[in-house]
Write a protein that binds this ligand. Structure first.
Ligand SMILES: Cc1cc2nc3c(=O)[nH]c(=O)nc-3n(C[C@H](O)[C@H](O)[C@H](O)COP(=O)(O)OP(=O)(O)OC[C@H]3O[C@@H](n4cnc5c(N)ncnc54)[C@H](O)[C@@H]3O)c2cc1C
Length: 384
């Protein structure tokens, strides 16, 4: 067995000062009514206004080169900003995917023209991306992707569909993994290519899929003879699988994988403090100590990114442990405090617990299910 080493990070004075700056900004936004804290705000809290303000402050595309509109800051600086936004339950879904994974993917595999065109728009908080991986018959088994692009003069013609696409109804583009050569059963991962699909192009239909809350945040996206110019191929034709796996490491590695219910945890503390009880506080402290451990692991992953290491195995581990933690916050809050959860309740606690309970089933599915992540961790730590 190989051991998994996640570095320990201590924040510098500069990083502490950045934390104070973002905290003050968030406080001001809450005070002026830009948002109210929400569970799962990174996937279901949409505010183009807040995204633009964050872009103006230089808090999107933080680690990217300045020549592409970035700010050449460290992965730890980015961690500090994203952690504070998530802890505050701020509505950041508009730009989240573009900042977290589409931009870094273009930076790594995109052409110079693509980087110059898309990255500055993402960094000012005005260009949003969606993830085009899952299909009706390809979720965990992504090699079963069946959307097909056929080569024509100057581009490709795409047919097929994607499903569960978060934010496709407001995103400008989707990075879509498609089959560009017929499936070879012996080498199922070959013959796939990533494309940037303009979601306003003729032939693209975005249909809403409503959650059981009635909310709309993900979609079915249908492609009917969509023309994709050659300039929108990402990286090498046929290399889509490898590139897609890199994208998943960015997707799984951040603090959003354990902070989706942090606003509820914070409110639980406020509620329990009203009538302190040793046993209830004991339960709460168990949650807080788990949170602290997860946080240190997650910061360590940011440090790995800073050092240029692809943290795929560590990210899979933290995502598995983190998403189960955020689900358990909802469950334990429900058991500790007797209330009637309601998304329209005037009580903040009742509202947050309702949001958490209704969103929790998706935490361990999106970005790779628990079973798939454990498979990755198990294979990753077995010595070759
Ligand atoms: C809230 C939310 C947002 C999402 N947003 C997006 C998005 O923006 N873009 C996108 O592309 N996708 C998105 N998804 C889809 C998500 O990535 C898939 O749901 C996930 O990968 C699982 O695929 P599936 O739903 O087809 O389930 P399946 O793959 O059919 O899995 C069903 C069950 O079988 C288990 N299973 C499958 N294969 C194995 C195996 N080999 N070994 C052990 N167990 C296995 C799984 O763990 C799961 O429990 C989102 C999903 C959710 C819930």
């Amino acid at each position: 067995m190989k051991s998994l080493k996640i570095p320990v990070v201590y924040f510098s004075e500069h990083e502490q000062s950045l934390r104070r700056e973002i905290r003050q900004f968030i406080y001001d936004q809450r005070e002026n009514g830009t948002f109210e804290p929400k569970c799962d705000s990174w996937l279901s809290g949409y505010s183009p206004q807040l995204s633009r303000k964050l872009g103006e402050r230089g808090w999107i595309g933080m680690t990217w080169p300045k020549r592409y509109g970035g700010h050449e800051r460290s992965a730890i600086d980015r961690y500090v900003v994203t952690e504070e936004l998530l802890a505050a339950g701020a509505p950041v879904s508009a730009h989240w995917i573009a900042d977290r994974q589409s931009g870094p993917l273009l930076l790594r595999f995109g052409t110079e023209q693509q980087r110059e065109f898309y990255l500055p728009k993402i960094a000012i908080g005005e260009c949003y991306f969606a993830i085009g991986l899952s299909e009706p018959n390809a979720g965990s088994d992504l090699a079963a992707v069946n959307s097909r692009a056929i080569k024509v003069e100057n581009g490709w013609i795409l047919n097929g569909s994607k499903i569960w696409t978060s934010g496709a109804h407001f995103a400008h583009y989707m990075i879509s993994l498609c089959r560009t050569s017929p499936l070879n059963p012996e080498r199922r991962h070959d013959g796939m290519t990533q494309f940037i699909v303009d979601l306003s192009a003729p032939g693209v239909t975005v249909r809403p899929i409503h959650l059981m809350t009635g909310e709309h945040h993900f979609n079915e996206v249908i492609f009917e003879d969509v023309f994709i110019p050659d300039e929108m191929v990402i990286g090498e034709v046929g290399n889509g699988w490898k590139q897609g796996m890199t994208e998943l490491a960015y997707e799984r590695s951040g603090p959003e994988r354990f902070l989706s219910t942090f606003s509820l945890l914070e409110e639980l503390l406020n509620v329990l403090q009203e009538k302190p009880d040793k046993q209830l506080m004991g339960e709460l402290s168990k949650l807080v100590s788990r949170l602290w451990t997860l946080r240190h692991m997650s910061i360590g992953i940011a440090q790995m990114l800073q050092e240029g290491i692809t943290p795929d195995i560590a990210a899979a581990l933290v995502k598995d442990m983190g998403t189960r933690f955020e689900q358990q916050v909802a469950e334990i809050a429900r058991l500790l405090v007797s209330v009637s959860p309601s998304t329209i309740s005037p009580s903040r606690f009742e509202k947050l617990i309702a949001q958490a309970i209704l969103h929790a089933p998706g935490f361990t599915l999106r970005g790779g299910t628990t079973e798939i992540l454990r498979g990755i961790v198990a294979k990753g730590v077995i010595a070759n």
